[in-house]
Write a protein that binds this ligand. Structure first.
Ligand code: CAA
Length: 378
């Protein structure tokens, strides 16, 4: 695997880093406190092309590939994990539309997602009783003259209250994974209602809501891919999405480690900076090593996806390892800060809360281990 960045990848990384550090990082604590990402933060990401890094140019994207996307995601996550997940889910939705919508439909939605005209995209797969097991979903879509009518409820929907377009999965056939289809639903569809807003421990700037579909009618061309083929679309999208979440976890971990290093050099105990104590040095060394390992796994998965090969298992390894490593890194970073790390005075408190969900969403660590072991055991 070649670890050198191409000129284009380096440029995207640098511009994402500059924008994230100058324009997002200074507002991250406020975004967390207010529970809202300001419009100008999202429109700035769109202007830089960060909502369509891996989308074709003809659909409004940057066509810069998966490695560039992963690097940009890491940079945004270093500054603000809430903004990063909004970018991650919007990018995933853009890729689903580009790959599975009818070409004339993709030409309408993808450029609007990339330009920020739709503000964000939303991925409506999970339900109150079908999270890890989406094959158990209950939302239905029944065929009517010229279209479909969707009924049911969705849960844990990122950007559910402000996204411009939703990919919604619903049952069109019998039970299990083979009777599910995917549909595009506009935010202004009168049958789509935003439900409860979740009060989360972290990622508080990113809204997470329920959705209710009540006689929600869509046209025939809203069907994505093949009828009853929706489960595979979700799995393929999540394979790619997991590279995004691994990158997000990496970014949060990097931010926490940088703060821990700076604090350790400054804070003194027993007459010397705490960086001179071996207990602290070992925590820093372990964190650096684990983040590097996570970065290599993530780069491998991104490189494989970009090359067009199979990458489900590698994406699952990257996501499981990076999220768990980043949780350990944030925990150590907080410990290095001592009591101050437990207060809102230091960003490490936010990183500690934000990072926790990376072990849960887009497939829990336990689900990733199913994906990894199945490939070995089949
Ligand atoms: N790519 C393509 N096809 C795939 C696939 C993949 N990665 N994984 C499975 N499939 C296919 C299988 O080949 C199979 O096809 P056939 O019907 O032709 O045989 C079909 O899909 C069913 O596969 P399984 O029998 O393996 O399905 P399963 O019910 O046992 O589930 C699972 C497998 C991996 C556990 C899956 O259910 C899973 O990933 N669960 C986690 C769901 C998840 O990640 N949810 C996240 C919610 S979205 C979110 O968090 C976004 C956000 O807003 C932040």
């Amino acid at each position: 695997m070649n670890l050198d960045l191409t000129e284009e990848q380096a440029l995207i990384q640098a511009s994402a880093r500059a924008y994230a550090q100058e324009r997002i990082a200074p507002r991250a604590a406020q975004i967390d406190a207010d529970g809202v990402i300001p419009d100008e933060v999202l429109s700035g990401l769109a202007e830089l092309g960060l909502f369509g890094v891996n989308l074709p140019e003809e659909l409004g994207g940057a066509e810069a590939g998966v490695v560039a996307y992963s690097l940009a995601m890491e940079e945004v996550a270093k500054a603000c994990a809430s903004t990063a997940v909004t970018m991650a889910v919007t990018s995933m939705v853009g890729e689903v539309i580009a790959a599975f919508a009818r070409p004339e439909v993709a030409r309408v939605y993808c450029p609007k997602l990339c330009s920020g005209a739709l503000r964000a995209g939303s991925f409506a797969l999970s339900e109150p009783e079908a999270g890890s097991d989406p094959g158990a979903m209950r939302t239905t879509a029944r065929e009517v003259d010229g279209g479909w009518v969707l009924d049911g409820s969705k849960q844990w929907i990122t950007s559910g209250d402000f996204a411009g377009v939703f990919v919604v999965w619903a049952r069109t056939g019998g039970p299990g994974t083979r009777g599910i289809s995917a549909f595009l639903v506009d935010a202004d569809n009168p049958g789509l209602k935003v439900g409860r807003h979740e009060e989360k421990m972290g990622l508080r700037g990113s809204s997470t809501t329920a959705l209710h579909l009540e006689e929600c009618r869509v046209e025939a061309d809203a069907l994505l891919g093949e009828l009853h083929g929706g489960f595979k679309i979700a799995m393929m999208a999540l394979d790619g999405g997991r590279i995004g979440i691994a990158s997000q976890a990496l970014g949060i971990g990097e931010a926490a480690l940088a703060e821990a290093v700076a604090y350790a050099k400054e804070r003194e105990t027993f007459g010397t900076p705490i960086a001179n104590h071996q207990a602290i040095q070992w925590m820093i060394a372990d964190s650096r090593t684990e983040l590097d390992a996570a970065a290599l796994l993530t780069r491998r998965a991104a490189t494989l996806k970009q090359a067009g090969g199979r990458f489900s298992s590698q994406a699952a390894m990257a996501k499981a390892y990076a999220s768990e490593a980043a949780c350990r890194v944030c925990d150590r970073a907080l410990q290095i800060h001592g009591g101050y790390g437990y207060t809102k005075e230091y960003a490490v408190e936010r990183h500690y809360r934000d990072v926790r969900v990376t072990r849960i969403y887009e497939g829990t660590s336990e689900i990733q281990r199913i994906v990894i072991s199945r490939e070995l055991l089949r």
